[in-house]
Design a protein around this ligand. Structure first.
Ligand SMILES: Nc1ncnc2c1ncn2[C@@H]1O[C@H](COP(=O)(O)OP(=O)(O)OP(=O)(O)O)[C@@H](O)[C@H]1O
Ligand SMILES: [Mg+2]
Length: 159
């Protein structure tokens, strides 16, 4: 059973871009049940799924999977128990990797990134030094997914 206790999330709080996306949302999904969430464009369906998957930190609220409080669990750890497909059909696979490489990544779902052996402490320091030259503060966000960056930040990183 998945149980969500009043959860809230505001994006860009106290700016002109503020979006009060989720406000005191409660939800209980029983084991074996089937639930559909229906709403118009922008009615926070994907945002609710992202909150359950652990894509961002909640402002308030807790998530329980059976008896486990998973609120602080990182996305990769939740993925062991919670499967999802993305709205963008191209987001579910790594297009430049082979089918077998994609399957290997899928089989490691819920474990540390398959790249964690490659991203050593020394490499992280080197990467941080390089990114620092962009003067965008991205050296403090090395663990953030690229999709959370702005267009300009992504272009700078590409360069
Ligand atoms: N990371 C974010 N930063 C700022 N605003 C966001 C973020 N994620 C979602 N939003 C905003 O939250 C609102 C809900 O978006 P969401 O993607 O959850 O809608 P949706 O119900 O899935 O819509 P659709 O049917 O179009 O897919 C939108 O106004 C969106 O711009
Ligand atoms: Mg959506």
């Amino acid at each position: 059973m998945l149980n969500i206790e009043p959860l809230s999330k505001t994006f860009h709080a106290e700016t002109v871009h503020e979006v009060r996306a989720l406000q005191n949302v409660n939800l209980t999904l029983e084991q074996g049940s089937f639930t559909a969430i229906i709403g118009t464009n922008g009615s926070v369906k994907s945002t609710l799924l992202n909150a359950i998957a652990g894509t961002f930190e909640l402002d308030t609220g807790s998530l329980f999977l059976d008896n486990d409080n998973i609120t602080q669990w990182p996305e990769y750890k939740r993925a062991y128990h919670i499967g999802r497909v993305f709205q963008n059909p191209f987001a579910g696979t790594a297009p430049e990797m082979t089918i077998s490489e994609n399957i290997v990544i899928a089989m490691k779902r819920g474990k540390h990134s398959p790249f964690s052996n490659a991203v050593t402490h020394a490499f992280r320091e080197e990467a941080a030094d390089k990114v620092k030259t962009l003067k965008m503060g991205l050296e403090d966000r090395l663990d953030n997914p690229i999709c959370t960056l702005s267009g300009g930040q992504r272009q700078s990183l590409t360069l």
